[in-house]
Ligand binder design. Structure first.
Ligand SMILES: [Zn+2]
Ligand SMILES: [Zn+2]
Length: 381
């Protein structure tokens, strides 16, 4: 049975125009006649899937060959345009009609849950402007580069979450600091004298043990259109409010299929888990210093979820350079690239040097024995 690529939309029962998802009402809304259609949330639980089993199935399933670009005709104006192989939904470039595809059927995995947009484009812009104003060492004129009418792109970005019950065995060394009194010969006022000084020593002892830790929902961005740092910096997300996937939430928004594979995503998740396990091991070793020689971790009960998270994406140009930024579509948290004002940094450094100099002079004056500040200054010359 061959798979057929299809487009869909949600027409308004009153006027026939397309309904779009409204983040204010959490419902489908007609942009012309104000008809609102609530989205029923089914009672299906959001489940975690066995990771090893899924990877095995992907390995054994036939590979889908994708066209780089998919040509489509708008369901409303019939205008012809192309989608990338990752664009699940978008808007018609000619008439803005929401276009939702069934692209997921060509992938091994389909998203099963998402967080709907709850921040409107308007409030996302307000958050962004506040962020621009709060930046240290940013050029003064920066705010005007982001125009009032600049558009943000509401995009559902794909993410993986990974869970694991880990058991780690480690070997290393524990270092305890102690002090010894050492007698030294030093020159004081032109004479050799013997003094006792305290010297630090470290007592290293062998350490080994085991650590158990459960990781829940390690979140890994599966998009390649947004830099990893941006997807990472938008945390935290209220994953406890995930709803079962429904394409109605996508109507009027961009959305992407995964571009980082399930197994590659797990490599990133493992790095995060390894970091926390190392922290646990250091704490377990104790003492003042720790040296880790070896950690062997078993990742048990590995499970994953494939979900979509709502992000407002925008960019602005400053001095011929493009800066990308993103806003969490649930919390309004902003992250992104930014320019620095070298003039401001220069003056901050100069001010710092000046203050240090003043403090030095004041300190030196109070220790100098001079009663009068002008006499002290004269003594310099
Ligand atoms: Zn309508
Ligand atoms: Zn159109």
């Amino acid at each position: 049975m061959s798979k057929i690529f299809k487009l869909s939309s949600f027409p308004c029962k009153q006027c026939g125009a397309s309904l779009v998802f409204c983040s204010k009402t959490n419902a489908l809304q007609c942009e012309y006649c104000e008809t609102s259609q609530p989205i029923k949330i089914p009672n299906t639980p959001i489940v975690e899937h066995d990771l090893k089993h899924a990877l095995q199935e992907i390995e054994n399933s036939p590979k889908t060959i994708f066209e780089d670009k998919l040509e489509v005709n708008c369901t409303s104006c019939k205008g012809n345009f192309v989608l990338s192989q990752y664009q699940r939904s978008t808007k018609c470039p000619y008439c803005s009609t929401p276009i939702i595809t069934n692209l997921d059927i060509f992938y091994n995995l389909t998203p099963e849950s998402l967080l709907p947009f709850s921040i409107t484009q308007k409030s996302a812009k307000t958050s962004f402007k506040k962020w621009l104003d709060s930046l240290w060492f940013a050029p003064n004129s920066l705010n005007k580069y982001f125009q009032k009418n600049s558009k943000l792109h509401g995009t559902y970005i794909p993410y993986w979450t990974y869970d694991s019950n880990t058991h780690s065995e480690y070997q290393g060394k524990r270092g305890d600091i102690y002090y010894v009194t050492v007698t030294k010969n030093i020159v004081k006022n032109g004479r050799m004298v013997r003094v006792d000084v305290q010297e630090q020593r470290i007592d290293w002892s062998y350490a080994s043990g085991s650590i158990d830790r459960f990781f829940d929902d390690i979140l890994i961005g599966a998009s390649s259109s947004l830099p990893r740092l941006i997807t990472k910096n938008l945390s935290p997300w209220d994953l406890e409010n995930l709803v079962p996937y429904d394409s109605k939430y996508l109507s009027g928004f961009e959305s992407e299929t995964y571009q980082v594979s399930l197994d590659n995503g797990f490599i990133y998740a493992k790095e995060i888990m390894d970091y926390w396990i190392k922290e646990d091991v250091r704490r377990d070793i104790g003492g003042d210093k720790q040296q880790i020689d070896n950690i062997k971790t078993n990742f048990n009960d590995l499970t994953f979820k494939y979900l979509l998270l709502p992000i407002w994406i925008g960019n602005y140009k400053y001095k011929n350079k493009n800066y990308q930024f993103a806003i969490n579509g649930r919390t309004g948290q902003v992250t992104g690239d930014r320019p620095y004002s070298y003039t401001k940094i220069f003056f901050a450094v100069i001010t710092g040097v000046f203050i240090t100099l003043i403090l030095f002079i004041v300190d030196d004056f109070s220790n100098s024995g001079y009663q009068n500040f002008s006499n002290y200054i004269i003594s310099f010359f």
